[in-house]
Design a protein around this ligand. Sequence first.
Ligand code: HEM
Length: 192
Amino acid sequence: MLRNSKSGYGLIAILFHWSMALLMFGVFGLGLYMHELPQFEERTFALYQLHKSFGFTVLALVVLRLMWRLANPAPRLPGAMPMWEKAAAHGAHLALYVLMFAIPLSGWLMVSASPWGIPTVLFDAIPVPHLPVPGLLGTKEAAEGLMKNVHALLAWGMIILAAFHAAAAIKHHLIARDDTLRRMISPRPSRA
Ligand code: HEM
């Protein structure tokens, strides 16, 4: 992914990073929790709507974040980092971007395929249309079932990848003692 020679991240990049991390873990936890609740109850329905509302917030934020990232390339990785580790870091960052799009989109496709046709109304205010569901996914039931599995699989994939990503940052901080983690906490001086 695009990198530049600046030594740190700006405030906007840091805010995107931590707010989206928090939001995605929250939406993930809510997804697991609501899935276990008795269906057809008002409270369950409200939690599903909340999950969808914050899920769409993730989708909106990642669009803005990607545009910001393309206009403001990230700083270089530490020079002392071995090539394999740089390649792994770039690959993980790219995969996390893909997942930030793919998880909400798979959820959207799942509810669009549902034979129940339940409307999605974000924060009780903004109605969201259903997506057209490709015929190759089969019947509505089959498409919904498939997207349910894809959605859960991608969400777990994101959690596993985020765990490696965090472990790598902590390793840099405690063992290599470089500024990889620090620069995602305090913004570089002057420009955002
Ligand atoms: C960051 C975004 C999102 C994350 C991390 C996420 C994560 C999850 C997780 C972990 C589950 C539980 C899966 C299981 O245990 O089977 C789930 C379920 C669900 N998600 Fe999401 N989700 C996101 C966005 C969305 C969006 C945008 C929608 C719809 C527009 C959506 C609709 C659903 C629905 C309907 C279920 C329940 C599936 C069922 O009842 O089996 N999700 N989600």
